[in-house]
Structure formats: C-alpha cells, structure tokens
Write a protein that binds this ligand. Structure first.
Ligand code: SF4
Length: 351
C-alpha cells in the first residue's frame, strides 16, 4: 500500500444522486468564518467590523468531526475536497487536517481556496501534508483597485509571493479567481491576463453573483462572460476546450498562441446547475446543498449527540437524495435585486 499522500484511493461503493440525478462529487469545507480581508462583495467592513462576533472555537467543528463528515461523504461518492473559509490559512494547524483528509479512501483531489496573503509561509507545509493544489482569489493587479476590493486590507506583493511559493511547492495547476464587477475592476482584467499568460496558471473570470445578503447586487454590475470573451478574443485569439469532468464550473479556453488557459464562470448568464455536484460544509457544521441556499442541515448536532458513522452517512445520503437546488437557473434578477431572499453568507461556506 503506497504511503504517497497524492496516490488515489479505492473509489466509493455507492454514489449518492440527488433528485435531478446529480452525483455528490465535491465537498467544500469551510474551516473557519473569519477572514483577514473585507471584500465588499462578501464581507463588507461596516457589517463585519472589529467587534463583530465570529464563531468561537467551541462552536466550530473539530478536525475529528470534519474528518468524520468527509469520510461519510467519500463513502457516498465524494472524491474532491476543497478547503475554504473565510480565509482558511488563518487556521495555523491546517496541515494537520490536510494530512487526515489525504488518508480518506476515495479522495483523490484536495484543493484550497485562499486570498493568498499567508500562502508564502504555508505552501510547503501544506504540500507536504497532502494538499494537491490551490486557487487564489485575486481580483486585480492594479494596486488601488486591489486595495479597494480587499477592503483596504490586502497586500498585492504578498499575494504574488504566495503564488510563487505555491508554484514552487507543486500546488498546481494553480488557478486565479477574478470576480469581475462593472466599473470596479473590469478595466484591469486584460492587464491581469497579460501578467499570467505563459505562467501555466489558469485565470478564471467570474460573473459577479448575488451571493449572501450583503453585497447590494444589481444586474447592471455584472459583466456578462460573453462580453469579456469578446474583449479577450480581440486581444488574443482563443479556442474552446472540453470540460475536464462533468460539473466543472468554468468554460475553458486556450490561447491559440499556446500561452495557456483561461476560464469563464457564468452563474448569471450561463448557469451550470444541471450537473452541479457540490455540497458545502460551514465551519459550525451546517451542510448546504447550494451556494445560494437559505437553509442547511446541522450535522454538528448529530455528531455531538453521538451519531455513529453509519447514522451520519444516512443523514448525508438523505440530504442529498432530497436535493433539487438550481438557484442560478431559476434566478429572476428583479427578485435578486430586491434582496428579499435570505441566503447563506458566502464567507460562511466559501464561494
Ligand atoms: S446555483 Fe446552486 S445548484 Fe446551481 S450551480 Fe450554484 S451551487 Fe449548484
């Protein structure tokens, strides 16, 4: 039996499918709700000020509880885990959790989404623990725009150092997520693409979404992916690539001149709910079956009242079997703009 943490393990014996026959394939695990940024579209400063009460340690799942849920999910078909937050690297012991996750049978892809500020100091430890790759949220390379979009807390050089360290540690393919907002960072997109062309890093341009309840989303702030695609094509010819796997969120394109790949994530103008295979676990143990869910299921309660692994797996299986989420396909912009639907906050479940 190989001890290499990157070696794939035996697949699950049964694959849970939801009410739309979508398999449970990905579990996103929020390890904590805190963040060192205050991005206005996720955690605006005025709401999440210095006295804001985040989850206490005792309210958050322990590593053992996370591992039990991840094992149960893997037995139902999950093979891809993504660590998120808030900002997951604020958890200094994260490599310990990664080591445990890397031993779970059936899991062959462990990724992490981070804002990159603490990546340089942690990339090596995480790779050694079994992390496969990282996605860095980086909305602009324009210092002022970056500062505004990180709520005045980000340091661009630190993020770029983090990307370099993650690359050196082999946490690749490294993806760069860019949330594009009209009139905020759309004019700096081509410069960012130029910077990462030829690096092997994959930039994904994400349509601004009405996640949570805080970001004051309006449709006219969205730059449709087609518009961005035309803008990029005018500068660098692109050719369409096939999906890597069903349920992949990005529409993939390659530069015809061989300088790499980019992607478009178009939840507003080209929703992808049809093969959405993602479940999300909050740091306090609530399982959500959609990024735009208005309620979830408290697994922490089940764990702390003594549910065994079989009972936990049954609970998970029941949740998924009843799942019918397809928010983005059903989104009505006028309703979304009215902000009447109470949705889970993105910082609680990671994007
Ligand atoms: S809106 Fe919900 S169901 Fe649709 S792709 Fe996003 S997370 Fe999946």
């Amino acid at each position: 039996m190989s001890t290499d943490p990157k070696e794939a393990r035996e697949p699950a014996t049964r694959v849970a499918r939801d009410a739309l026959q979508r398999p449970l394939h990905d579990l996103r695990i929020s390890v904590l709700d805190q963040c060192n940024f205050r991005c206005p579209y996720c955690m605006p400063e005025d709401e999440f000020h210095a006295d804001y009460e985040f989850l206490r340690r005792s309210q958050r799942l322990t590593y053992d509880e996370i591992l039990r849920i991840a094992r149960a999910a893997a037995s139902l078909g999950v093979s891809k885990l993504r660590l998120t937050g808030g900002e997951p690297l604020l958890d200094k012991n994260l490599p310990t959790l990664v080591e445990g996750l890397a031993k779970i049978p059936g899991v062959d892809d462990i990724a992490m989404t981070t804002n990159g500020m603490l990546l340089a100091a942690n990339a090596g430890r995480l790779a050694a623990a079994g992390l496969h790759r990282v996605t860095v949220s980086l909305d602009s390379l324009d210092e002022d725009v970056f500062r505004r979009m990180s709520g005045g807390r980000g340091d661009l050089n630190k993020v770029l150092e983090g990307i370099a360290a993650a690359t050196a540690a082999g946490l690749t393919p490294l993806k760069i997520n860019v949330v594009v907002q009209r009139g905020v960072n759309d004019r700096t997109v081509l410069d960012l693409l130029e910077h990462f062309r030829g690096t092997g890093h994959i930039v994904r341009l994400i349509e601004f979404m009405d996640v949570g309840n805080q970001n004051g989303w309006r449709l006219d702030q969205v730059v449709p992916s087609q518009q961005l695609l035309d803008k990029v094509q005018a500068r660098w010819p692109l050719r369409r690539l096939d999906q890597n796997y069903p349920g992949e969120v990005a529409r993939r394109y390659a530069y015809v001149d061989g300088e790499g790949e980019i992607g478009f994530i178009s939840s507003v103008t080209d929703p992808f709910c049809g093969d959405c295979s993602r479940a999300r676990l909050s740091a306090d143990g609530v399982l959500y079956t959609c990024l735009f869910a208005n309620r979830g299921t408290d697994l922490r309660e089940s764990l702390r009242v003594g549910a065994d692994d079989e009972e936990l797996t049954d609970v998970l299986s029941q949740i998924w079997l009843q799942r019918g989420d397809r928010y983005s396909e059903l989104r009505r912009p006028e309703v979304a703009e009215a902000h009447v639907l109470r949705k889970v906050e993105m910082y609680r479940i990671g994007g």
